[in-house]
Design a protein around this ligand. Sequence first.
Ligand code: PBG
Length: 327
Amino acid sequence: MTFPNQRPRRLRTTPAMRRLTAETRLAPAELILPAFIREGLTEPNPITSMPGVVQHTTDTLKRAAAEAVELGLGGIMLFGIPETRDPEGTAALDPDGVLNKAIRDVRAEVGDDLVIMSDVCLDEFTDHGHCGVLDADGYVDNDRTVEIYARMAVAQAEAGAHMLGPSGMMDGQIAAIRSALDEAGHVNTSLIAYAAKYASAFYGPFREAVDSQLKGDRRTYQMDAGNRTEALREVELDLAEGADIIMVKPAMSYLDIVADVAAMSPVPVSAYQISGEYAMIEAAAANGWIDRRTAITESVLGIRRAGAHTVLTYWAAELAGWMKESR
Ligand code: PBG
C-alpha cells in the first residue's frame, strides 16, 4: 500500500525548510566548557589523548574564561591538578590550593558574566587517585569522604564558585554539602549533582588530563554500565538532598538514561560528553574516517535531543564559534 500524499521529504527540500522544521537547536548558553588548570605551569601543556585540550596556566585559563563570556557560553567547569598529593587530598582544602585559587582568578576575570563551576572530588588531590579517602582495607570510606567534600565545597564557595559539581558518587554527598554551604552562609551557591555517573572506560583520557594516580577502578562507587533503574534511584536521592541541576555521565553511551531522567526530573538536566567521547571523534576525524565538524555537531545535538538541557563538552567554545559564524 502506498500513500502518495504522505511525503515527509517535503520538509527537507531546502536548508531554509530544514531550519524551519528543526526540532532541536544548539545555543552557546547550553554549553559548559570543562577546563583544567595545573599548578606550577609556565606554558599550557597539551593533553596528548585529547588533541586541542590543554592543562592551563593561570593566564591561559583566564583567557579561556574571558573567551567563554564573549562566546556566550553557559558556564565553565574547573578541575585542578596540584603539585603535591597525599592520601587525604589535603590540597583540596587549602584556600590557596590550585583549584581554589583558579576559582578566585576566574571570578576576578569574569565576575558574574559566566557561571563558574568547580569539581568537588578528591581524585585529583589524592596520591592513590581515588575519589575519596581509604579505610584500613583500602575501601573508599564514604562518610569520612563526605565530611571532607563538605569542607572542600565551603572553600570553593568562599573562593567564588557559583555552582559546585560533586562528582565522587559518595552516598549523601549532596545533603552534606548543601547543609555545610548553608551553615556557612552560602545559601545561593548551587549544586550540579553528578547523580547518575557510571564507571566508564571512556574516562581514559581524563586520567592523563589530571595526571591521575589511580590503579584499578572506581566500581565500588560509580554505577555499573548495565543499570538503568538504579539511575532513577540516584537521581531521586540527589533531588531529595537538594540538587539544583541533575547530571548524567557519560553521555553518548547513556542517552536512554538522559531521556529517562529528563522525563522525570523537575530540575534542569545536564549531560557530560566526556574525554573518551571527545578522543574517539578527534581520532577518527584525524584519520579522515569521519567529517570532524559534522560529527561533533551531531554528537552534541543527539545529547540535547535525548533531553539534556545543557551539555558539558570540550568542544563548547569551538561549537559556539561555529554557531556565531553560521548566523
Ligand atoms: C572525577 C571526575 C572524572 C571525570 C570528571 N570528574 C573522572 C572519573 O570519574 O574517573 C571525567 C571527565 C572526563 O572523562 O571527561 N573527579
